[in-house]
Design a binder for this molecule. Structure first.
Ligand code: FPP
Length: 254
């Protein structure tokens, strides 16, 4: 599509979006970078680099629409199984991205948060992330939440361990363990559950992402590979979400 036509299309789609029915929290599994690169005869890292451009486009669009929280699956606990060179490259991306973008994120009043076991990441990656967390801590705008070395089962186990320790030491009774209390021990503690999950690349699974938090999330899948995923697709996902009837297990008025 010509860039002029694309802009027109985006403007038309944006006009259709209802500000009152925006998803407050959008979670995204950024998938398909490797296949995108292979299709072009490029190395996988070229796909990840192209994926960063999509990431920037989606963050800007979320910010412009007024979405409150965007959670992005950047590296899973299972991604360590990839070849060492790819893991090393993926580990260099947060630092590279933040080096270029942190100032603009600060200007947008964005708060950076993370989920996952950061202490297992290379020190240089940790330093870049901690610097961004510190630099945006006092902001009050959109939350940009990166899941890094994150796995849903691992997150649940960590919560169980912390709760079990409290029961053991006597500061918590088992009958006091409610859904709210449990959720407070997850990495998302304090954040509302995602309203919308987007997964590009044609895979129809959750891949250990936000297992507890996705209980009533609306799911949106597309075959588009993440580096080809544009503002237009993000807007379409939101429009589709706005058509859904969310009943949370109940019934709506007849
Ligand atoms: C999945 O595609 C993608 C990843 C494992 C990494 C996604 C990360 C980014 C786009 C950048 C993260 C950036 C920051 C700033 C944290 P894949 O490699 O599994 O694709 P494939 O299934 O086609 O092989």
């Amino acid at each position: 599509m010509l860039s002029r036509d694309r802009k027109k299309n985006e403007t038309e789609l944006t006009r259709l979006i209802s500000a009152e029915k925006l998803p407050g929290h959008v979670a995204i599994i950024m998938d398909g970078n490797g296949r995108w690169a292979r299709k072009r005869g490029l190395p996988r890292i070229a796909g990840h680099r192209a994926g960063i451009n999509t990431l920037k486009e989606v963050i800007t669009c979320s910010y412009e629409l007024g979405i409150s929280i965007v959670t992005l699956y950047a590296f899973s606990t299972e991604n360590w199984k990839r070849p060492r060179w790819e893991v090393e490259f993926l580990m260099s991306l947060p630092g590279e991205y933040l080096h270029k973008e942190l100032q603009s994120l600060i200007e947008k009043n964005i708060i950076i948060k993370t989920m996952g076991n950061l202490e297992q990441l290379p020190e240089v990656t940790q330093r870049a992330i901690n610097n961004a967390l510190e630099a945006t801590r006092d902001n009050s705008g959109m939350i940009l939440n990166f899941a890094l070395n994150y796995g849903g089962r691992n997150e649940i186990l960590n919560a169980v361990r912390k709760i079990a320790a409290r029961v053991k030491e006597g500061s918590l009774k088992t009958e006091e363990i409610s859904e709210d209390l449990f959720a407070g021990y997850l990495d998302t503690g304090g954040l509302p559950d995602p309203d919308l999950l987007i997964r590009p690349s044609g895979e129809l699974r959750i891949s250990n992402f936000l297992l507890w938090q996705l209980a009533y999330t609306e799911l949106w899948f597309t075959r588009i590979l993440w580096p080809d995923f544009k503002k237009e697709h993000f807007l379409k996902a939101i429009l589709d979400y706005q058509e859904r009837e969310r009943r949370f297990g109940g019934i709506n008025k007849l």
